[in-house]
Design a protein around this ligand. Structure first.
Ligand code: FAD
Ligand code: EPU
Length: 338
């Protein structure tokens, strides 16, 4: 039976660095550990929280229940013609996996370099950055069903991926613990350079035919310049999703705010840059007590030191209110509020 600890600090286990305690805490090394934990009454009688790297959640209070942290970090791969199938344990650090694949010249993940967090959380919100989403390279995952203790396998279609969304945030929220993810990568490298900033930086570096390593390095460089490093300033990346709105509403907003930053999703939908909306409301770089928004990216809420989760949450509510007042758009939090 894996050890269950009581009253464990989570302050170093969330990238906001806010103080919170877990009533119970258990570290899991493999699926056998999970099956054993399943036989304990705590597993069934307590609220459960699967905690990866804590880089997409905000603790607003202590967690009264059992926190489960997966520690399985294995990587296996299998080459089939031009395809490379890489399987990684849920506890593996995401960027360590990306680095492994980049070093082996397995193409597909390089645009997702330097995203914090664990492999196990990556399908939950279908992580994405710089023109690539997890769903583009996701093959399947293994997941432990909390109610029955059985292992299920989900293929790409079964996960119902969309922008920052999956079945694990919707119908199956809180019902499965993802234990391993398999990615379909390629031995052939077709760089995805649509994102303007990548092209610009490659040009500065004189890289006309970039390698996988070049793209990974350029993405990392852009991210380091734009986003605060949680090791020095607490944050969870984008606090809100970029809102997707219908064509009619978009037409109205564009006529009032012609400079609005947007992307075409399809014939009927437009995605707005939430960072721009928040900046227009005067929040960019603002310091409010122990909290604020990041000076280079208004979409990122930060902990300037000793902020509580509740303070950060209250700031997010104020931002939602002011954006709604000015643009009649309700921002949705991307970060999981605990
Ligand atoms: P956690 O925060 O620990 O958990 C997040 C959610 O997933 C929780 O609901 C948790 O219960 C659930 N969960 C975790 N592990 C499992 C599991 N094994 N099984 C089932 N459920 C699980 N995200 C992007 O998409 N793109 C970015 O560019 C990006 N940039 C970021 C930059 C910074 C500086 C930071 C701090 C965050 C950024 N993020 C980004 C957000 C974050 O890195 C991702 O959401 C990441 O996947 C979270 O992983 P985690 O292990 O920290 O998850
Ligand atoms: N912008 C502003 N003001 C700001 C911030 C942004 O005007 O304060 C403008 C930028 O100038 C740019 C546009 O908004 O024209 C978009 O900004 P950026 O390229 O920084 O990307 P984003 O839409 O803010 C999204 C993801 C990030 C991801 C980047 C790169 C969401 C919610 N966020 O941010 O993901 O890294 O694109 O692909 O989709 C995360 O999810 O935590 C995250 C960091």
């Amino acid at each position: 039976m894996p050890q269950i600890l009581q009253n464990v600090s989570l302050t170093n286990r969330n990238t906001f660095g806010v103080e919170a305690y877990a009533q119970w805490f258990c570290e899991i090394n493999n699926e056998v550990d999970l099956k054993e934990l399943y036989t304990s009454s705590l597993f069934h009688n307590q609220k459960l929280l699967v905690l990866g790297g804590g880089s997409n959640l905000l603790f607003t209070k202590n967690f009264e229940g059992l926190v489960i942290h997966l520690n399985n970090k294995s990587i296996r791969y299998n080459i089939d013609g031009d395809d490379v199938f890489v399987s990684a344990g849920a506890g593996k650090n995401w960027n360590e996996l990306v680095t492994f694949c980049v070093d082996h010249e397995f193409a597909g993940m390089e645009n997702l370099s330097l995203i914090p967090g664990s492999v196990g959380a990556s399908p939950v919100q279908n992580i994405g950055a710089y023109g690539v989403e997890l769903m583009d390279i996701f093959h399947s995952c293994r997941a432990f069903e909390i109610e029955t203790g059985n292992i299920h396998e989900f293929d790409n279609a079964a996960c119902h991926f969309s922008y920052r969304n999956s079945i694990f945030k919707q119908k199956l929220k809180g019902k499965f613990i993802i234990t391993e993810v398999t990615f379909k990568l390629s031995k052939n490298f077709y760089p995805k350079l649509d994102y303007g900033e990548i092209k610009k930086e490659l040009k500065i570096r004189g890289l006309l035919n970039p390698s996988i390593v070049n793209v990974s390095e350029v993405v990392s460089h852009i991210r380091i310049n734009k986003l605060p490093d949680p090791a020095t300033i607490g944050n969870a990346g984008s606090f809100f999703k970029n809102p997707v709105i219908g064509v009619e509403k978009f037409g109205h907003i564009k006529s009032v705010f012609p400079d609005i930053i947007y992307y075409i999703v399809d014939n009927d939908h437009f995605k707005l840059a939430a960072g721009w909306l928040i900046e227009q409301c005067g929040w960019k770089g603002k310091v409010i007590g122990n909290t604020g928004t990041w000076k280079n990216q208004a979409l990122v809420l930060v902990n300037h030191g000793k902020a509580t989760g509740a303070e950060i949450f209250n700031l997010s509510s104020e931002i939602i209110n002011s954006v709604q007042k000015r643009f009649e758009i309700v921002l949705e939090r991307e970060v999981h509020i605990i």
